[in-house]
Ligand binder design. Structure first.
Ligand code: FUB
Length: 317
């Protein structure tokens, strides 16, 4: 009993203050389950935002109530910050802290997150805002930005998930998201309202998890495909497409039926950040863990297939 109280105290204390994690290969975080990574480089630091799988062993369903935040300046030593956002911050939401992404604009940080809506049937996307990348984040609208009744192309109620946000060189922001159907819409400069209609994006075998990145003049739309999921990608010279399908970027990740990626460039290297279910002995599709491996581009701009490793990446200076 004494040990239990001490461990609860240690756990609670470590989650209220910054703590340092020296990752030892993949997965990079092993004291808790992390999923659906999104990453952002701000002021020379990488901020990694993840979902938080809390399903107990053998429970095969998502139990996710908050998101986690880590930062690093070498991709190996991470500082874990207290959780900056919980589903309960979105008063209109019921639960399910699913995939999300944070982006910086005009001295503020905007966090787009998929959750289950409390009164409108289905998943929805909310946006929270903060003056700091580590929060705390507050609901920016008091209502969802996207609800299931705004997208009627499919009968499923979970097509409005997995937001990814990209600000193009001319300052126009775009929100992409979806499950089985990929959608996009422009965002107003305030980042909290749509600026025009919702479009669908024709993509081969799209399941979910879109991520937009730009590298050497090419736009890349990577996404999860089929189920269990592989990550595939398409390329374009324009953020609005048309997108040319380029094939598999990452194979099915170990012991997880989902495969959710973030792609960043940092200190001259490119990184592929994803999750698998490889933590012994209880890791799996509902107890996932974030991993990082290198991403390489070919001379013609296409991406080399990712080699998933146990060793992970080396410290970058
Ligand atoms: O974590 C819940 C869901 O699983 C995400 O929204 C999907 O991308 C998949 O990873």
């Amino acid at each position: 009993m004494k040990l239990l109280i001490l461990s609860i105290f240690a756990y609670t204390a470590s989650h209220q203050t910054d703590t340092t994690i020296h990752s030892n290969g993949n997965p990079i975080i092993t004291h808790e389950y992390t999923a659906d990574p999104a990453a952002m480089v701000y002021n020379g630091t990488v901020y990694l935002y993840t979902g938080h799988d809390e399903a107990p062993a053998r429970k095969e369903t998502y139990i996710m109530h908050n998101w986690l935040c880590f930062s690093s300046t070498d991709m190996v030593t991470w500082t874990e910050h207290p959780s900056p956002l919980q589903v309960s911050e979105f008063k209109w939401a019921k639960d399910d802290a699913w995939a999300s992404q944070v982006i910086y604009r005009n001295k503020k940080f905007y966090w787009y997150a998929a959750v289950e809506h409390g009164t409108i049937h289905g998943k929805a996307i909310g946006v929270a805002v903060s003056d700091s990348p580590t929060g705390p984040f507050k609901d920016a609208r008091g209502t969802a930005l996207i609800t299931n009744d705004m997208t009627t192309n499919t009968k499923i109620s979970w097509d409005d998930i997995d937001p990814t946000v990209f600000i193009d060189d001319n300052g126009q922001a775009y929100l992409y998201w979806g499950n089985t159907i990929c959608y996009y819409a422009k965002l107003k400069e305030n980042m909290t309202e749509l600026d025009g209609p919702i479009h669908t994006v024709p993509l081969k075998d799209f399941t979910e998890a879109p991520w937009i990145n730009k590298h050497n003049g090419w736009y890349y739309l990577s996404y999860a495909s089929h189920f269990p999921e592989k990550t595939v990608y398409a390329m374009s010279r324009n953020i609005e497409g048309p997108w040319e399908y380029k094939g598999i970027l990452n194979e099915v990740a170990g012991n997880s039926n989902t495969n959710h990626q973030a792609i960043i460039d940092y200190k001259g290297k490119s990184y592929f950040i994803y999750h698998n279910g490889s933590i012994p002995t209880e890791g799996g599709s509902f107890r996932r863990s974030v991993c990082i491996d290198y991403l390489y581009y070919n001379k013609d701009g296409s991406m080399k297939r990712v080699i998933m490793t146990s060793e992970g990446v080396k410290p970058v200076r």
